[in-house]
Design a protein around this ligand. Sequence first.
Ligand code: R5P
Length: 292
Amino acid sequence: MVLTNFTVIGGPASQSLAKSLARKLDAKYIRTDVRIFPDGESKVTIDGKPVGKTIVVQSAYPPIDSNFIQVLSLISKAKETSSQVFAVIPYLCYMRQDKEFLPGEIITSAVIAKMLKAVGADKIVTVDIHSELAIKYFDVPVRNVSAVPKLALFFKKMKLKDPLIVAPDLFWAPQAKQFAKILDAESIAINKQRSRKTGKLEIKQSQKRNFEGRDIILVDDMISTGGSIVKATEYLKQQNCGRIYAACTHALLVGDAEKKIRDAGILKIISANTIPGTTNAVDVSDILAKSL
Ligand code: R5P
């Protein structure tokens, strides 16, 4: 695919994905450098002058606030010389808070939306946004693409025993269904509830199936502390299932999440490359290229 006059700026946190996207678009690539000061501030430098339509690529994963400030800085810089700036933020942070659940809470997804517009983003592209409801706070077009079909195709190549696709909460039931369809398998969603005050997880009455000996693929948008996946694994093990795998778009895997998940008995974690890491098995650069 050749798009004339496209420039890709690879943010410090997403250089590899950005290079891959630039190759797919046959676009000019501008690399960036970052220096982190002892107090945590980022000094970002770009190695060229973006012109025409510029695509800034950077995921806002931990350290979230730093990486997000870098995204804002790059968009702002690109806007000085570009005709349009598209912000490709594969993992878009702060999308959990899409309403005021408890009095006094701040709708951070709306704050993020305002900041992206203020620095000059003309369009946002993201992958499996945590809450589609949050899109309503954006004044610029948001394109939300999904890694789910590619994650499913990855598992389709594996030899699995009567697989059952499981969403660890009710929100991702449609995506689990979509995943299952690609594998010609069944799907269910666990009724996980999280206390708004304490964050404590609890599994309520959930859909029943014959789990005995069946391979399970847990599918979620993100794995952060691993708490949800571990809770779901404990529940599934009580039902005497077979092997358990975890698939997610965004493998945040904070702290010792990976160890906790493996200790709970998950055989493998498979993720997309929206956040670089050892669990990456699915490349989203082609999906992003098509969306631009
Ligand atoms: C919840 O709504 C999300 O889809 C994830 O299940 C959750 O954010 C994962 O977080 P953790 O790994 O900390 O349980």
